[in-house]
Design a protein around this ligand. Structure first.
Ligand code: ADP
Ligand code: ADP
Ligand code: MG
Length: 675
């Protein structure tokens, strides 16, 4: 076995490879770009070498620098991860020339599978089933049009050098072909520097089912069963599971053997994935009628490999290191078994509501599932970031992979949903809530899978209010009161008996939730009694008996009309992110004083928004205050108003005392706001 390897990648895959290497007693060398100087993968390795600027072409794709780093640190082998140099035959070749082991297939196998068209010609010879189509060298547009007409619409035009869901065009009818071809070629030349295309029949109700294969230098090749990756957006995978729902033992064996034949046809060594497109002409519940066709082979470790690890109990990175160091495969085909069901969710920085547009920003809050109720080993989080890290525009938008296992699919799905509910990310848009909607959708939970699932289920997946307005308001309100309690030591609530005269006290709030302005009024009486919360007006008005308390772990227990909900609230300025078992949402506090006109707090003068009585001051002269911190409570027109610090600063003086009546616009206290 190697003593030391270099990991020529970043993020979660670099951390994942490092974890297995460490377990095996193999030392690791990380490489990093400017943007990654303090990245998790750097800390995860024993040594690290800076290789250049933030853009991939200035660092993770500079293979001379990477080879130099390997030489300088005495690494014997290079693990390329996925993406970047993993499918670069020149790099694999250069490693060999430099006397380093490339932890991956031979350069010749990468080349053979590198172009979709050429690999299909090879597969045809090896007897692997192909989607009806055209994958010839002649790229004459008139010929391509004739071929598409012959195949029959709809067809898919694919860039032969394409990958990652890019460079594909669906063409519904003959008249559209020429324009689609032109635009596909344009994208292909820009993205891959090669504008050759192939044409395929667009498969009906297609499912993406792929087979994990593994070969060793002794010529053995096995398959570690299948993964279903049908749930996709923009032809990119979102949820991946193993085994594939509805798979029959016979179909599994046929696909497994076809994948092994594909690997053997190119002298494959190491981890690889043969992707098949599966047609369901008989509908979703007719697995006997499923037909599979070779799509492409990915000559590397795949993003979704952990689901295979979860159902087989094998560590695929360990297998990679063993095979790369010349050892035979740890298991033969007959020794491999499927146990249970596993599913992976890709948590990405993106906005599903805006066409999955990637997002960048800081992980202000990043909490992973605690999974206290799970058996050990059933929930796994693979990531390359920590709370406080930035998702930069330089790299992939994937934040983490959440992988769960269950005894069967229903249990795996339930565990995934629970784990997603406990994944709290604040600071940038993510697809966490969207993933939960998909997992809970009828189509997905009943395994009616095909690559159009997200599109088909649109109504159930997008634009849902999962938390609910009333819970969101109650959570935000309880959070605010809890903050007051923490800051003031004694809040109006703990003292309510003291200053209750008759009737109930009232506070008013204003929020925006899902684009709508909301008013809320909280009326409260004796400690122990439920508060009365009125939200909204007119037909949208609801009146709720509310009780709340902070649990020792900081979560808020809310009881709305006898229904208990536990919420976690993270505040960023006026924006509160509310997480409950049902979902997550944002609610924004509207600064009522700012709306009350100029009487608010310009120039460090804090004035009464209306005539009334000063209830209490939460600060005294000389106190340092931070923006948003409550300073004073005023009561007027049976409403309470909290006067909050407009910015960070210091209290200069209080101009009234508790119980004093003040006129509208009267200056209550002075603070000096820091510039
Ligand atoms: P896979 O093919 O492994 O299921 P995708 O299809 O989503 O994953 O990935 C498409 C391409 O983008 C692949 O070449 C993959 O190696 C690369 N890729 C995906 N995710 C990342 C990432 N986080 N960092 C770098 N490359 C990535
Ligand atoms: P990439 O290299 O970008 O991963 P693939 O050839 O693997 O490209 O195809 C990506 C996705 O496009 C598949 O997972 C599937 O959803 C869809 N797809 C590809 N070929 C077909 C086809 N012939 N019919 C229907 N859908 C297809
Ligand atoms: Mg693919």
């Amino acid at each position: 076995m190697f003593k030391k390897i270099l990991i020529a990648n970043r993020g979660e895959i670099a951390c994942r490879v490092a974890a297995t290497a460490r377990r095996m007693g193999v030392k690791t060398v990380a490489v990093y770009s400017d943007a990654d100087a303090r990245a998790k993968h750097v800390a995860a390795c024993d040594e690290a070498v800076h290789i250049g600027g933030s853009a991939p072409k200035d660092s993770y794709l500079r293979w001379e620098r990477i080879l130099e780093a390997a030489r300088a640190t005495g690494a014997e082998a290079i693990h390329p991860g996925y993406g970047f140099l993993s499918e670069n035959e020149d790099f694999a070749h250069a490693c060999a020339e430099a006397g380093l082991v490339f932890i991956g297939p031979p350069a010749s196998a990468i080349r053979a599978m590198g172009l979709k068209a050429e690999s299909k010609q090879l597969m045809e010879k090896a007897g692997v089933p192909l989607v009806p189509g055209y994958h010839g060298a002649d790229q004459n547009p008139a010929l391509l049009q004739r071929e598409a007409d012959r195949i029959g619409y709809p067809v898919l035009i694919k860039a032969s050098a394409g990958g990652g869901g890019k460079g594909m065009r669906l063409v519904e009818k003959s008249e559209d072909f020429a324009a689609a071809l032109e635009s596909c070629k344009r994208e292909a030349i820009n993205s891959f520097g090669n504008d050759a295309v192939l044409i395929e029949k667009y498969v009906l109700r297609p499912r993406h089912i792929e087979i994990q294969v593994f070969g060793d230098t002794q010529g053995n090749v096995v398959y570690l069963f299948e993964r279903d990756c049908s749930v996709q957006r923009r032809h990119q995978k979102v949820l991946e599971e193993a085994p594939a729902p509805g798979m029959t033992p016979l179909l599994r064996q046929k696909m497994g053997e076809a994948a092994v034949a594909a690997a053997q046809a190119v002298g494959y060594v190491g981890a690889g994935t043969v992707e098949f497109i599966v047609e369901q002409p008989g509908g979703y519940d007719q697995p006997e009628a499923m037909k599979f066709y070779f799509m492409e082979m990915n000559t590397r470790l795949q993003v979704e490999h952990p689901v295979t690890e979860a159902i087989t109990g094998e560590d695929l990175v360990q297998w990679q290191l063993l095979v790369a160091s010349g050892q035979p495969l740890p298991k033969q085909q007959s020794e491999l078994r499927i146990q249970g069901h596993a599913i992976e969710a890709r948590i990405c920085a993106e906005n599903p509501e805006n066409n999955f547009l990637p997002a960048t920003g800081m992980l202000a809050v990043y909490r992973k599932p605690q999974c206290a109720s799970f058996e050990i080993g059933t929930v796994r989080v693979d990531d390359g970031v920590r709370e406080g890290d930035a998702i930069s525009p330089f790299y992939d938008s994937m934040i983490a992979k959440l992988i769960v296992r269950g005894d069967d699919r229903a249990q795996a799905l339930a565990r995934l949903d629970a784990a997603l509910a406990q994944t709290h990310i604040v600071g940038l848009a993510t697809n966490v809530q969207f993933l939960r909607q998909v997992v809970k959708s009828q189509a997905f939970s009943n395994a009616l899978l095909d690559t159009a699932l997200i599109e088909r289920e649109r109504d159930a997946l997008f634009g849902r209010d999962t938390v609910g307005r009333d819970v969101a308001v109650a959570a935000a309100l309880a959070h605010g009161l809890q903050q007051e309690l923490a800051q003031q030591g004694a809040d109006p609530f703990s003292r309510r008996d003291g200053w209750r005269v008759a009737g109930r006290y009232v506070r008013s709030y204003a929020w925006t939730y899902r684009g709508e302005d909301l008013s809320a009024i909280l009326a409260y009486g004796r400690a122990g009694d439920a508060d009365e919360l009125v939200i909204g007006e007119g037909a949208a008005r609801s009146q709720i008996a509310l009780q709340w308390r902070a649990l020792p772990d900081g979560r808020l227990e809310l009881n709305l009309d006898g229904r208990r909900t536990v919420a976690v609230v993270h505040a960023q300025g006026h924006v509160l992110s509310v997480f409950t078992e049902a979902g997550s949402a944002q609610i924004t506090e509207v600064d009522q004083l700012a709306h009350a006109g100029d009487t608010g707090h310009e120039g460090g003068r804090l004035t009464a928004p209306m005539p009334g009585k000063v209830v209490s001051f939460a600060v005294k002269a000389g106190d340092a205050v931070s923006k948003g911190q409550p300073l004073a409570v005023m009561e007027a027109m049976k409403m309470e108003h909290t006067i909050a610090a407009p910015g960070d600063g210091v209290v200069l003086e209080l101009l009234y005392g508790p119980g004093d009546q003040v006129a509208e616009g009267a200056e209550l206290l002075r603070i000096e706001v820091a510039a």
